[in-house]
Ligand binder design. Structure first.
Ligand code: FEO
Length: 395
């Protein structure tokens, strides 16, 4: 097992089988469920792994401590991808003391009917393991109410739960400095935007607490252990949780026969000619909305368009707008367009979504097209793309 520093070991597992994380989010590179074991005078395990991987997890633990018992289990987060092995772990280590907060134990009772071995901690409480001393920090709603982080103050190792996590299995290397992290950055943004992104204010509150402590390693529950890039990932979280973006443009469209797509192409060309360099375009029926949400945390401008369908809005666009509204994303511009064959509804529906649920700042005039592109509609699309470009570049 990989020793991170002074007998702090990685004992996590990789999942390359699951198609959708939480049944929702595609995993093209898999995912890791990270757990850490501190082999000190007192042995302490930090979080567990998804239950399907318990045999491998147990083997990893034995490889580090052999037949020694585990004294403590710290539960930073109760979501079952990290707490799922708890009932089985207790069968092998019945005397383990479980460290969590009040909300942790409420959930532990609910999920697993476990009510014993509890040792409740509050913010800033400490626990000595011998050489290592742990400090506990409550970080509620990053992204569940019971979430907390644990700092090994001796070696500056932050066990951050899902915070600073990243999709993607660990293919051999554990620390960032041991792997090519190029694939990580976009997957880290996609993880943040879809899993944690609704909770910008709680993330900011957690970052304020972390700003007062010193740490050189971040051991998250998903993805690489951050050491070389600690500053960068903290900065990324700070930017994302403040909804700080680049002056780029995301154009998302639904299309049945290509006519609405042609509107999107005209808008993109006009925005490009007006000077916008970062333009992402997605067909909402082909690209999973988790990737679109990811780019919405990168780019400030959004233009959406879709056909009318069954006297309403094209389904896949409805799904995307619902996801955007659910995340409470702030500080964006929006423009929109739509089409119809005989009765127009799409443009009004998108307008309603923004006015009632999304609340981005509208830019330009919405464009509505009957059946196919005309010179007039083309000019309106160009005007919309230009207006968005001027807004983005004018800042
Ligand atoms: Fe990785 Fe919120 O569980």
């Amino acid at each position: 097992m990989k020793e991170i520093k002074n007998k702090v070991f990685y004992v996590g597992v990789n999942d390359r089988n699951k198609a959708l994380f939480e049944g929702l989010w595609p995993l093209p590179y898999g995912v890791s469920y990270n757990s850490y074991l501190i082999d000190d005078e007192k042995v302490c395990l930090i979080d567990t792994v998804e239950v399907d991987f318990f045999p491998q997890f147990l083997e990893n633990i034995h490889e580090v401590i052999g037949d020694r018992p585990i004294d403590y289990l710290v539960i930073n987060h109760m979501e079952p991808d990290h707490s799922g092995s708890l009932p089985l772990l207790l069968k092998y280590y019945p005397d383990i003391k479980i460290i969590g907060n009040k909300k942790t134990f409420d959930m532990m009772g609910g999920f697993y009917h476990i009510k014993e071995n509890e040792a409740e901690v509050k913010n800033a409480d400490t626990l000595s393991l011998g050489y290592h001393t742990l400090n506990f920090y409550m970080t509620p709603m990053v992204h569940w109410p019971e979430t907390m982080m644990t700092l090994d103050t001796t070696d500056g190792i932050l066990f951050s739960g899902d915070g600073f996590g990243c999709f993607g299995a660990l293919n051999g290397g554990i620390l960032d400095e041991a792997i090519d992290t190029d694939w990580c950055w976009l997957e880290m943004i996609r993880y943040y935007s879809n899993i944690v992104g609704k909770y910008g204010t709680p993330v900011q509150n957690a970052l304020k607490k972390l700003a007062e402590i010193k740490f050189d390693y971040i051991c998250s529950t998903h993805g690489p252990v951050w050491h070389q890039y600690v500053k960068e990932v903290v900065k990324m979280y700070d930017r994302m949780s403040r909804y700080e973006t680049e002056p780029g443009l995301l154009i998302c469209y639904g299309t049945m026969y290509g006519n609405t797509e042609r509107m999107a192409e005209v808008i993109a060309k006009a925005a490009s000619e007006a000077g916008v360099k970062n333009i992402g375009m997605f067909n909402v029926s082909k690209t999973h909305h988790s990737y679109i949400l990811r780019d919405l945390f990168r780019f400030k401008g959004l233009i959406v368009g879709a056909p009318t369908y069954n006297n309403g809005l094209y389904h896949e666009m409805e799904t995307l707008l619902s996801e955007i509204a659910n995340k409470d994303i702030k500080n964006h511009y929006i423009g929109w367009f739509g089409s119809f064959a005989w009765a127009g509804k799409a443009v009004q529906k998108i307008s309603d979504w923004n006015e009632n649920k999304i609340h981005f700042e509208p830019v330009g005039e919405p464009v509505e097209m009957k059946q196919a592109l005309t010179p007039e509609v083309k000019a309106q699309c160009e005007a919309l793309g230009k207006a968005m470009a001027e807004k983005l570049l004018g800042e």
